[in-house]
Design a protein around this ligand. Structure first.
Ligand code: NAD
Length: 260
């Protein structure tokens, strides 16, 4: 479906981003990977995608908190593959504390990585997409882009911001063949969530499995995690011709979280 197109997925060395990069590679898209991690492990992912799906994959080590590195990553993608057609802004971090205890540098880092990075990457990618009159921008927001939870002030602010940014970009690009949508997952079991479960288990002295069940049942009517592959499949759908007129929307994939 996406043969000859190129997808850049930020934060694709792990979790949702990796599953999304795999989903696009399975559709024939060339992939620009990005994210942190062990060099050898990243190379195994990169070469594995090429071998498994017969596509070209490259890796950018750009730090999503650094505007110049983000612009360079977009320019490199266009130069090396000829175009950047699908941009998935996925890189994200989390920190949990009451606002009065929330370290200022954690606020700054979360706003930079979870929100401003998408502004910088879209700003750099939009001219090429408009020129080619085709583009798909998918921002991985969260249920926390639509509703709040205690102790997540920076994350919730950034994710609400991403939903707003998505709408503006959608409106601006509406007649240029470019769509922009947000995906709002509930709980997905990735390293980002595993850390929250482990921290809760440490604090309560209860087994991690007990905290996992508690975490799910506090928020989601459906007491099971969404799989990273399900997020990838939704991103692929939003990049398909069938989704050509879907733009500016925030798609919940959250086991009923925000339905309550
Ligand atoms: P994860 O920790 O498994 O992956 C995060 C990725 O971002 C990694 O590849 C990491 O290297 C990369 N990253 C972090 N900081 C970076 C930086 N400065 N520059 C470049 N890359 C950086 O997390 P995940 O759960 O897969 O989360 C992916 C996205 O999905 C995030 O935006 C997160 O907020 C969102 N999300 C996750 C869940 C969930 O339940 N897991 C729910 C809703 C939304």
């Amino acid at each position: 479906m996406l043969k000859g197109k190129t997808a850049l997925v930020t934060g694709s060395t792990s979790g949702i981003g990796l599953a999304t990069a795999r989903a696009f590679a399975a559709e024939g898209a060339n992939i620009m990977l990005n994210g942190f991690g062990d060099k050898g492990a990243i190379e195994t992912i990169r070469s594995g995608l090429e071998k498994e799906f017969g596509i070209k994959a490259k890796y950018s080590p750009a730090d999503m908190s650094k505007p110049t590195e983000i612009a360079e990553m977009v320019a490199t993608t266009e130069k090396e593959f000829g175009s950047l057609d699908v941009l998935v802004n996925n890189a994200g971090i989390q920190f949990v504390a009451n606002i009065e205890d929330f370290p200022v540098e954690r606020w700054d880092a979360i706003i930079a990585i979870n929100l401003s990075s998408a502004f910088h990457s879209i700003r750099a990618a939009m001219p090429g997409m408009k020129k080619r009159q085709w583009g798909r921008i998918i921002n991985i927001a969260s249920a926390h882009g639509l509703v709040a939870s205690a102790q997540k002030v920076a994350y919730v602010a950034a994710k609400h911001g991403i939903v707003g940014l998505t709408k503006v970009v959608a409106v601006e690009a509406a007649n240029n063949g470019v769509t922009c949508n947000a995906i709002c997952p509930g709980w997905v079991l990735t390293p980002l969530v595993q850390k929250q479960i482990d921290d809760r288990a440490k604090a309560s002295g209860k087994p991690a499995r007990d905290e996992e069940i508690k975490l799910l049942s506090e928020k989601q009517p459906m007491h099971q995690f969404t799989k990273p592959e399900n997020i990838g499949a939704l991103a692929v759908f939003l990049s398909s011709d069938a989704a050509a007129s879907i733009t500016g929307s925030a798609y919940s994939i959250d086991g009923g979280w925000v339905a309550q």
